[in-house]
Design a protein around this ligand. Sequence first.
Ligand SMILES: Nc1ncnc2c1ncn2[C@@H]1O[C@H](COP(=O)(O)OP(=O)(O)OP(=O)(O)O)[C@@H](O)[C@H]1O
Ligand SMILES: [Mg+2]
Length: 223
Amino acid sequence: MAFVVAVAQRKGGAGKSTVAATLATALAAEGARVALLDTDPQKSLVRWYAERRAQGGGDGSGRAAHAPRPIAFDSPSGWRLGGALDRLRRGGGVDFVLLDTPPHDDTDARLAIRNADLVLVPLQPAPADLWATDATLALAAGERRPVRLVLNRVPATGKLAPQIVDEIARRRLPLLNEALGNRSAYPSAFAQGLGVVEAAPRSTAAEEARRLARAVAALREEG
Ligand SMILES: Nc1ncnc2c1ncn2[C@@H]1O[C@H](COP(=O)(O)OP(=O)(O)OP(=O)(O)O)[C@@H](O)[C@H]1O
Ligand SMILES: [Mg+2]
C-alpha cells in the first residue's frame, strides 16, 4: 500500500521542494518504488524532473551508464490530485508518494494534507519558520493527519537552532531527530535533477538524507 507523505509548510522557502526531492531520491536509492507529485504552481519539481530526465533518470528510459533510480512523476493541479493518487494506489506499484505543496495557499495545501498518511513540515531554525508552522499544524489537525516537523538548513554552529529545538520541545511538537544541515550539496544536486544520495553519495548531506528516509520508512512501518 502506498504511503503518502505531504511535505507542507506555509512559510515560503522553508525547504519543501528540497526535502521532497531529497526524500524521493533517498527512498528510491534504498530500493523503494517512489512517486513524486508536484502540486505547487511554481513547478520547482517540474523543472527538477526535466533536468533529471536530461541526466538519463526519471522514468528509467535514460541510457546513462549510472542512471539514477526511476521515480514516477506528475504535477496534478489542486482538484486533480485525488484522481492522480487513486490511480497510483490502484496501480499498486508504489511504496511511497511524496507530495510537494505550495506555500501561502491553504486550499491546495489542505487538499494534499487531506490525502496524506503523514504530513512532514520542514522548517528552518528561525522564529518566523516556527510561527508559520502553527498554521500548517492547524491544517493537519483539522484533517486529523499525523505530523512530524523536520529541521532544515540547520547551521553547523550558533545558538539559534538549539533555542528553536528547545521551544519545539517545550511546546511538545513532534520533531524528528533527523535533520538536514545547511549544505551546498542540496541546491547543487537539485540543480542537476538529482538528490544528494545520487549527486554526492559519500557526502554528509547524503548521510542525512538516508537517515531521514529511514525515519520516514519507519513511520510507514508503524502505520
Ligand atoms: N538543507 C539546505 N541546505 C542549503 N540550501 C537549502 C537547503 N534546503 C533548501 N535550500 C535552499 O533554500 C531555498 C528554498 O528551498 P526550497 O525551494 O526547497 O523551499 P520551498 O519551501 O520549496 O520554497 P517555496 O515555498 O517557494 O516552494 C532554495 O534555494 C534551496 O536550494
Ligand atoms: Mg517549493
